[in-house]
Design a protein around this ligand. Structure first.
Ligand code: NI
Ligand code: MG
Length: 579
């Protein structure tokens, strides 16, 4: 007889993801991924000036800051035929890259590591053993000193003695499947604290170019910041030098601290390379930061690292990379609380609809999964298939296309861990891929994007705006545009139709929507559901402390605000309190 279990919320931030499970004999046999918050940004921007939309849709999320703004301006530029200058694109690339590196570091240390690291055990560690452990795993991080480890151990002991665990409240501390020795827990907690400092420093790159964070300023046709080495009121040599320091620091942190930590944790929890497989279909338009205005196959507007071509892999066949076709994207609402005029069909985002049709129970509710509809998250499909997006999809695509640096890092990691490329489709694989990608992203930023920007600047290129299509009078009476951007959690696309200078249609298809969506009309599960219940083998040893499914769902780096991007008419965030 199956037992039922609800985990709600299941994330440390963006907490409106609920997972319902059925288990039998310590294994998960059924899973429902349920987004219980309804927002509404696609509706809010209807009828607005398309040049303003970025500022609204950027508020889809405060974590994935910048990415919706950039996706929006690129989609609008595609519709109106604007062509931002190279320096503006490079600035956007730097904002995207710094956001992505920051996001991956935050995710690993602050949102995910504590599924594997028992904070309370850190207090029992010998600080010298923690220093030795760090050295043994190849961590060259400057914080690996006896003084620092001693200080962190004492801090943790102080927190435990106080009886108030603060940010560490509510963890499943003492769960028997926490496997790290005390010294590894201490090292990880020390790096957790160092990562807090790092992420604050790192995001300043976006703040310099965008004026603030979260939600920097952007501009259709270019960037809103002026750049001129000779002017004090512009972004000048002083700021450029400072950015150079932050870029170098970020590469150092990723290389010396994050990557060795991720590999060490993956090594201790190696069985997680056989747990949490989702559909082995992968979609990405390039490596992290890759940006296209319009169909990537025809886009003149490319940015980011474009060595890797857009593509799709089916059924784990890394030998065949299919060309990416935006027209094969459809969103289904079969399991979601929306209705389509045409019924239970898939709709292309260019003609997408966001019509609320809540059929769920009046809260508080016990169980949603018995109903056909159980979530606010649509279910995107590519060519009818559920696909994975995100760091894993991008790394698999780069690996399959022979991107030298990716192949080098991945092959070294596979050899060190003793696993095969096929095992990357797993909870452990998603953690590993995120670390691999963070390193290549930090390297590309430090070695290509930033130096190119500086070189152009030294050559006198200070143009950051294309004024030719600013005036609505220069636009066609009706125009459509789309953008594809590879952001931290995966492939993001925005789709806009402009009529008589105003937005007539707007749709965003977001990484977490791809991953967290529910079943479609043909019964295919979404990737979260598949990762938990795909093979009936996912462990869940203690229903009172469901640590194992946390690990798997967190490995996707959920962002539910992004996934549903819809808001109540009275402005409140949660539909559940009113429905
Ligand atoms: Ni988000
Ligand atoms: Mg949407």
């Amino acid at each position: 007889m199956a037992e039922r279990l609800v985990i709600d919320p299941i994330t440390r931030i963006e907490g409106h993801l609920r997972i319902e499970l059925e288990t039998e004999g310590g294994k998960i046999v059924k899973a429902w991924s349920e987004t219980t918050q309804f927002r509404g940004l696609e509706e809010i921007v209807q009828g607005r000036d398309p040049r303003d939309v970025w500022a609204f849709v950027q508020r889809i999320c405060g974590v994935c800051t910048s990415v919706h703004a950039i996706a929006s301006i690129v989609a609008v530029e595609n519709a109106i035929g604007s062509n931002p200058p190279e320096q503006a694109r490079l600035i956007r690339d730097m904002v995207l890259a710094s956001q992505e590196v920051q996001d991956h570091v935050i995710h690993f240390y602050h949102l995910h590591a504590l599924d594997f690291v028992d904070v309370t055990q850190a207090a029992k560690a010998d600080p010298q053993a923690a220093v030795d452990f760090a050295r043994a795993i190849g961590s060259t991080w400057k914080g690996n000193t006896l003084e620092r480890m001693t200080q962190v151990r004492d801090t943790v002991q102080g927190i435990l003695d106080s009886g108030q665990l603060s940010v560490f409240t509510g963890g499943y501390w003492g769960h028997p499947d926490y496997r790290l020795p005390p010294e590894a827990n201490l090292m990880a907690v020390a790096h957790y604290l160092d990562a807090l400092e790092f992420q604050r420093s790192m995001i300043r790159i976006g703040t310099v170019f965008g004026g603030k964070n979260p939600h920097p300023n952007f501009l259709v046709g270019g960037m809103a910041c002026s750049i001129d080495p000779g002017h004090t009121e512009s972004i000048n040599q002083v700021q450029v030098d400072q950015i150079g320091v932050w870029v170098a620091e970020s590469l150092e942190f990723v290389k010396a601290c994050y990557v060795p930590d991720a590999l060490a944790i993956a090594g201790v929890y190696k069985d997680y390379f056989d747990i949490g497989a989702a559909q082995d279909n992968y979609l990405a338009v390039g490596m992290a930061g890759a940006t296209f205005g319009g169909d990537p196959a025809e886009s003149k507007w490319t940015s980011g690292h474009t060595v890797i071509k857009p593509g799709v892999i089916f059924d784990g066949d890394l030998g065949t990379v299919h060309p990416f076709d935006p027209q094969k994207i459809e969103e289904w609402v079969h399991s979601a609380w929306y209705s389509y005029e045409g019924g239970d069909i898939g709709l292309k985002p260019s003609v997408g609809e966001t019509t609320v049709a809540y059929t769920g129970p009046k809260p508080p509710y016990e169980w949603l999964g018995d109903s056909e509809e159980y979530t606010w998250c649509k279910a995107p499909r590519y060519d009818g298939r559920a696909v994975q997006v995100g760091p894993l999809a991008r790394v698999v695509l780069a690996y399959a296309q022979g991107h030298e640096r990716t192949v080098e890092i991945v092959d070294a990691a596979l050899a060190q861990l003793g696993i095969t490329p096929a095992q990357l489709n797993s909870t452990g694989g998603r953690i590993l891929a995120r670390a691999v990608e963070c390193l290549t992203s930090a390297e590309i930023l430090a070695e290509t994007t930033f130096p190119t920007f500086v070189k152009n600047l030294k050559g006198g290129d200070i143009d950051v705006f294309d004024p030719t299509r600013w005036e609505p009078g220069s636009w066609a009476p009706e125009a459509s545009g789309m953008s594809f951007v590879e952001v931290a959690r995966g492939n993001l696309s925005h789709w806009v139709t402009i009529k008589d200078g105003k937005v007539a249609r707007y749709q965003a298809v977001v990484p977490t929507t791809w991953l967290a969506g529910g079943r479609d009309a043909s019964g295919q599960q979404g990737p979260y559901e598949e990762s938990l219940a795909g093979d009936g083998q996912h462990p869940l040893s203690d229903p009172a402390r469901p640590l194992e499914p946390l690990r798997t769902i967190h490995s996707f780096d959920p962002c539910m605000s992004c996934a549903v991007h819809v808001l109540e008419s009275n402005g409140r965030g949660s539909w559940a309190v009113e429905a």
